[in-house]
Design a protein around this ligand. Structure first.
Ligand code: ADP
Ligand code: MG
Length: 249
């Protein structure tokens, strides 16, 4: 139980707007993410999906509306912001591993530096997480010695090492060779089954059907449609969603 109780949603966005200059990138976004929920965000390029992810861990500020995380408005700075960033993990399309650190070091660096975990304990936990994503035997290698799929699994282990309350995935498989997509999705499905709260920007319909509680379709900065994966993929309600699905399926 958190101090706010498990019944409160983990993330609430109300009337959120964001501009980049004259470009209106998020338009009146209202969205609630419950604890343990897996939300898939889908939609055309440029629609604001990445900006939405980045707004939730405050890599972007918003210029209207409110975002609360775990019952509190997003902190603007200082220790509270550092804590938010450790509580909201992020996995990007580009794996962003430290090239000159070993796989294990990539996973232990955050816990040691940011959370003050003792090295031995961080390494023990790091090895457990690498085993969990199927990379235990690669722990002493460097990122360039691993395949893209393996590197992305390390990035997931690195996010988990911070013991996040939620993980944001922004197109985690779009940079991968096709034969490596499934091994990453399988790890994500495992996390979803273990109850991790996840927001996943992806066009992988198989993942959405296996793991998502809800699909949000976003275009031109707006949430156009929100539905269960089955309903969304078999019977989209809007022409926008129908048109988009006809192009990706
Ligand atoms: P998506 O992830 O759905 O492709 P993004 O959130 O990346 O969409 O981008 C939404 C729009 O905002 C796009 O038109 C993009 O070019 C623009 N944009 C994103 N980041 C910035 C930025 N830092 N400065 C200016 N424009 C940006
Ligand atoms: Mg994007």
């Amino acid at each position: 139980m958190t101090e706010n109780g498990d019944a409160t949603p983990l993330v609430v966005l109300e009337g959120v707007n964001k501009h980049f200059g004259s470009l209106h990138v998020l338009r009146d976004i209202n969205l609630t993410i419950s604890r343990g929920e897996v939300l898939v965000v889908i939609g055309p390029s440029g629609g604001g999906k990445s900006t939405l992810c980045r707004a939730i861990n405050r890599l972007e500020t918003v210029d209207g509306g409110t975002i609360t995380f775990d019952g509190q408005p997003l902190p603007a700075e200082g220790k509270a912001l550092a804590r938010l960033r450790s509580e909201v993990g992020m996995v990007f399309q580009s794996f962003n591993l430290f090239a000159h650190k070993t796989i294990l070091e990539n996973v232990t660096l955050g816990p040691i530096r940011v959370r003050g975990v003792a090295r031995a304990q961080a390494e023990q936990r790091g090895m457990e997480l690498l085993e969990r994503v199927g990379i235990g035997s690669q722990a002493s290698k460097y990122p360039a010695q691993l395949s893209g799929g393996q590197q992305q699994r390390v990035a997931i282990a690195r996010a988990l090492a911070m013991e996040p309350k939620m993980i944001l995935f922004d197109e985690p498989t779009s940079a991968l060779d096709p034969e490596m997509v499934q091994e990453v999705l399988d790890v994500m499905v495992g996390l979803a089954r273990d109850g991790m709260t996840m927001m996943v920007v992806t066009h992988e319909m198989g993942f959405a059907r296996r793991a998502a509680n809800r699909v949000v379709f976003m275009a031109e900065g707006q949430i156009v449609e929100e539905n269960t994966p089955d309903e969304f993929f078999t019977a989209p309600r809007t022409d926008r969603a129908k048109d988009f699905l006809s192009k990706i399926l």
